[in-house]
Design a protein around this ligand. Structure first.
Ligand code: CAA
Length: 259
């Protein structure tokens, strides 16, 4: 169903989700979370979905954070519930079977930086800015930022960003490994599409299991090496792997079927 808060376009299995609250710099309110959750729930495990791009409406902001105007009524229990709900939706993104790329076209602050970090890959425009400014509001991050920022850029710089609330520019985000590409402003979605088109030619089950293996590295309850040999067995037993090997030997393009 059409939702004005989250615009959805699709071409050849690549979906572009545009968070559409430019008047609030695309801040994440309940309605945006509901729409994101509905999309990722509905499409989970659907191999016709080859990849997803998340971006923000307008040219100024990707997402400027959680919607601060929803905070005033919250007590401790309400705040924890809001944070847990946000984390759960972002886990759905991180665990999605197909790659999700954040096309960061401006401010990625607080919940916006956290949303980008829950995506598998991040591409930024030259004018993008990243930060976790929650301490300015007397808060800690609520949607996984205290954990994923350390995962992505290391404890030293993450600690400085989390404690000072300083924003970093796209070039520094590239240097730190927070993003993997910086492109001319306005070209973020095009670059993300190019990456997803490449991944779409690969074995879908292998892509899915690779995403799971990367996530396993950061999951203290999972033995990643054990999961790797299990997933190697799973993928080598698949029809797609036989097709991949046959295509290599016959010097042709593989026709994967997600089986
Ligand atoms: N929530 C709600 N509204 C927001 C918002 C947010 N996070 N960020 C911006 N807006 C709104 C502003 O209130 C303003 O609306 P009005 O015109 O109705 O006043 C509109 O968007 C435009 O913003 P500004 O006038 O402030 O634009 P600017 O260019 O002067 O500044 C900015 C841009 C530096 C990004 C500034 O808007 C800003 O600092 N925003 C807040 C960033 C922030 O603190 N994010 C973290 C939120 S907390 C969080 O995310 C917690 C968590 O982890 C769960």
């Amino acid at each position: 169903m059409d939702n004005p808060l989250l615009l959805i376009e699709q071409e050849n299995g690549i979906y572009i989700l545009t968070i559409n609250r430019p008047e609030a710099l695309n801040a994440l309110n309940k309605g945006v979370f509901d729409a994101l959750e509905a999309f990722f729930r509905e499409h989970s495990g659907n191999y016709d979905v080859k990849g997803v791009i998340i971006t923000g409406a307008g040219t100024k902001s990707f997402v400027a954070g959680a919607d601060i105007k929803e905070f005033s009524a919250l007590d401790t229990a309400g705040g924890s519930a809001l944070s847990k709900r946000g984390q759960d939706v972002f886990f759905m993104i991180e665990r999605f079977h197909a790659p999700v790329i954040a096309a960061v076209n401006g401010f990625a602050l607080g919940g916006g930086c956290e949303l980008a970090m829950s995506c598998h890959i991040r591409v930024a425009g030259t004018h993008a800015r990243f930060g976790q400014p929650e301490v300015n509001l007397g808060l800690v991050p609520g949607y996984g930022g205290s954990q994923r920022l350390i995962q992505l850029i290391g404890k030293g710089k993450a600690t400085e960003m989390l404690l000072t609330a300083d924003m970093i520019l796209a070039d520094e985000a590239l240097r730190l490994g927070l993003v993997t590409h910086v492109v001319e402003s306005g070209q973020e979605v095009a670059k993300a599409t190019e990456i997803l088109q490449k991944i779409a030619t690969k074995g879908p089950l292998a892509v899915q299991q690779t995403i799971q293996l990367i996530n396993a590295y950061f999951d203290k309850t999972v033995d990643g090496f054990k999961k790797e040999y299990e997933d190697f067995g799973l993928t080598i037993g698949s029809e797609d792997s036989k097709e991949g090997a046959a295509a290599f030997i016959e010097k042709r393009k593989a026709e994967f079927k997600a089986r």
